[in-house]
Structures are given as C-alpha cells and as structure tokens.
Design a protein around this ligand. Structure first.
Ligand code: CA
Length: 226
C-alpha cells in the first residue's frame, strides 16, 4: 500500500482522483491550495504527489520548486494544457511524470503504479561504483575520487541511469524515455548539452573520453576506464 497526496483546486477532479486512488488501495490526502498542499506533504510524507499546475494561491511550477527544496518525493504534474515545452520545463525542474486533464482515475492510477515501480527499482541498489566514480542514489550524491561532483538534477539522473548499465550502449531514445520521461524523443540537443556538461564535471572531453563514450548513431555508454 502506498500513500498519495493530491493537490487540486477543482472540487470535481479532486474528488474523482481521491476516490479512484482510495479504491485502488492507496492512502490518500488532498488539499485545494498550494500552500495547504505543501504543508500537508511535509506533515504526511506521502510516497507520491499529484500536483495541479493551476492553483488559486500559487502557480504549480512555483510550488514544485518549493517542494523540491524540501523533498525528493516523486511528483506527477496534472495539466490542462497539453503544452510540450511547458511539460518539458517542469520535468527538467523536478517533476517525474505528468497527466493531461481530463484524466481518468485508471490513467492516474497507472501513472502512480509506474512511478512506484521506478522508485522501488531505484531503491534496491542505492550505491553504484564505477572506477573512481561513486554514486549514492538515495542521497543523490556523486563523487569522483575524493571530490563531490556538483551536478544538477538531470545531470545526476543521466549519470546514475548510465551507471546502472555500465558497459552497455544506451540509446538516445531510451535516455529520453527513462531520464527525460519523453518516450517519443525530446528537443534535439537536450542530451548532447547535458552530456557535455557532465563530461566537463567528470573532467573529460568528447575527444578524449574516459568514463562517457558516445557511440555514433547508436547512443552512449559509461565504462570503467580502469
Ligand atoms: Ca486548477
């Protein structure tokens, strides 16, 4: 059994979500305001948060930023606007998944189950080691030798995903799907840009790779440089 906090100001949608999730066996809390929701999330520490973007007291993206500063709880954003750029921006800002309104209770529940599976898979092995690189998935700290790497959220996600698949070439499509949550691919340069930032932080270049190897036309792999 898992617990879900629904932050949604529209009464009907909130009731639908709460009922569907409770029927599916989840413990459910809800609030109609951003600040009430934030407080509720801090107090109840749910496994998942469903966050409406259009709230009366605060923009949902602002609330996401506040949530992220206090918690790593998986967040599903619910939006009435099927605006790809906006969704990408929010996924980059720390949302884990999204649903477009109107959604059904079954659809929301499926997203929640998928997120819980991912969280569980991530929790099985919380520490990864590749050469001098050490990654703690729980505390989200990556170290190279004695140095802590200053990674942003997506850089960390990208590095840790590749580290779970050491030596394997991971396709761009898979990275979009697994790291960016965009199963149909994303903005053309997103992965390249993040890879180049990551390389700089790992102290290597594309021309002289050590850990991060691009396989032209196929994807990327992380290796132990030995
Ligand atoms: Ca709303």
């Amino acid at each position: 059994m898992s617990s879900v906090f629904v932050i949604e100001d529209e009464h009907q949608i909130r009731e639908l979500a709460v009922r569907a999730l409770a029927e599916a066996g989840h413990v459910v809390w809800s609030d109609a305001t951003a600040l009430g929701g934030l407080q509720g999330v801090i107090e109840n520490a749910p496994d998942i948060v469903v966050l409406d973007l259009g709230l009366p007291d605060l923009d949902g993206s602002e609330l996401l930023r506040m949530l992220r500063s206090v918690s790593d709880v998986p967040v599903i954003i619910a939006t009435a606007r099927n605006d790809e750029a906006e969704i990408v921006r929010l996924l980059d800002a720390g949302a884990d998944e999204y649903v477009v309104k109107p959604y059904s209770g079954a659809e929301l529940e499926a997203r929640i189950r998928a997120l819980l599976r991912r969280a569980e898979a991530g929790g099985k092995q919380s520490k990864l080691e590749v050469g001098e690189l050490r990654i703690n998935l729980r505390s989200r700290v990556a170290e190279m030798g004695a140095d802590v790497l200053e990674l942003n959220r997506k850089e960390f996600d990208l590095l840790s995903f590749l580290a779970t698949r050491v030596g394997e070439v991971v396709s761009r499509q898979e990275l979009y799907a697994e790291v960016w949550r965009q199963p149909y691919g994303g903005a053309d340069k997103t992965i390249d840009v993040h890879l180049s930032w990551l390389r700089r932080k790992l102290g290597e270049t594309a021309a002289e790779p050590r850990y991060l190897h691009t396989v032209r036309g196929v994807g990327v792999k992380l290796v132990d440089p030995g």
